[in-house]
Ligand binder design. Structure first.
Ligand SMILES: Cc1cc2nc3c(=O)[nH]c(=O)nc-3n(C[C@H](O)[C@H](O)[C@H](O)COP(=O)(O)OP(=O)(O)OC[C@H]3O[C@@H](n4cnc5c(N)ncnc54)[C@H](O)[C@@H]3O)c2cc1C
Length: 272
């Protein structure tokens, strides 16, 4: 994959607690994380994301949360039962006035018999104020070249927080053509801040068993796109992200260097 991650020049492991959590639509939970450590976080925005370390809601033992950027070493020194779960989430919204920031986690249906499946989703549903976590900033990938006249943003629900955050911070002279797939129409946001001249194509799934990202990929393949050189950013289910990039390069002649794309998860496979 062609991907340049812009890591913060300085970062540290943040010890935080859940301040609030709210289910905002059928498949989205907003979780506010906060604490004094937030002032060590560099506010870059766009698709800035980090690793969230948390105790699995099904864990029986006291879980260790890392305190250092060398978390892999710290975790290898812990017994298997004490290791936290780790998932990556985008910083949706900074709230410096209250030393906090929001993440938005997309929720999936989980078979209740699968006690340990999809720990990120189960954690989001169970998170209550006071729950302890650790968070490590992993930077951002969005970086439009100065030559772009407009931008194409595409993704599924896992990339919704990143796409909305990118739109809010985008340059006013960089209109966006956005293809955003969501699980159901009730997950569509009615108020979105975008650069002037932008168009949002919401793509709610009609088949609950469809592979995420399929609609977004097809929509980009079929789209009547504006003229002029553009920057493309795509993220979500891996085959969607690679499919969009392949289409743009082979069918639309877009330079690989004008595309950032990233697989956020692989359909049918749990994150490690
Ligand atoms: C840089 C980056 C930023 C990210 N930002 C966000 C974010 O802001 N919000 C967010 O919700 N996710 C985000 N993700 C994706 C998230 O980390 C993955 O979806 C993660 O796999 C979720 O963990 P889980 O424990 O719920 O499911 P897992 O245990 O990893 O997977 C369980 C099953 O669910 C499927 N699955 C996993 N994620 C999804 C999904 N989103 N939609 C449908 N099926 C899925 C898997 O294919 C697997 O079959 C981001 C990923 C990266 C790399």
């Amino acid at each position: 994959m062609t991907l340049r991650i812009h890591r913060p020049s300085k970062r540290r492991m943040l010890s935080l607690t859940v301040q609030a959590s709210e289910q905002t639509s059928p498949h989205f939970m907003t979780v506010t994380l906060g604490g004094d450590d937030v002032h060590h976080l560099q506010q870059i925005g766009f698709d800035q994301a980090g690793r969230l370390f948390f105790a699995d809601p099904a864990a029986d033992d006291d879980v260790f949360l890392p305190s250092s950027e060398r978390w892999i070493l710290q975790l290898t020194l812990q017994g298997g039962n004490r290791r936290p779960r780790v998932r990556t989430y985008t910083i949706r919204r900074f709230k410096p006035e209250v030393s906090a920031f929001d993440i938005e986690i997309s929720l999936r249906e989980i078979d209740p018999s699968e006690r340990t499946a999809a720990p990120g989703t189960r954690w989001a549903r169970a998170a209550t104020p006071g729950t302890k976590v650790a968070f490590l900033d992993e930077g951002h990938s969005y970086a439009p070249p100065g030559t772009a006249a407009w931008q194409l943003l595409a993704g599924d629900e896992s990339a919704l927080p990143a796409i909305l955050a990118i739109l809010e911070r985008s340059a006013a002279d960089l209109p966006a053509e956005v293809f955003l797939e969501v699980p159901v129409s009730e997950d569509i946001r009615t108020e979105v801040t975008m650069p002037p001249g932008s168009t949002m194509h919401w793509l709610p799934r009609t088949d609950p068993d469809a592979k995420p990202g399929t609609l977004a990929l097809h929509a980009v393949q079929q789209a009547q796109l504006p003229d002029g050189r553009f920057y493309a950013w795509a993220a979500g289910e891996s085959s969607m992200a690679t499919g969009i990039r392949r289409h743009l390069v082979s069918k639309r002649g877009v330079l690989k260097s004008d595309i950032s794309f990233r697989g956020y998860f692989s359909h049918g496979r749990t994150s490690l």
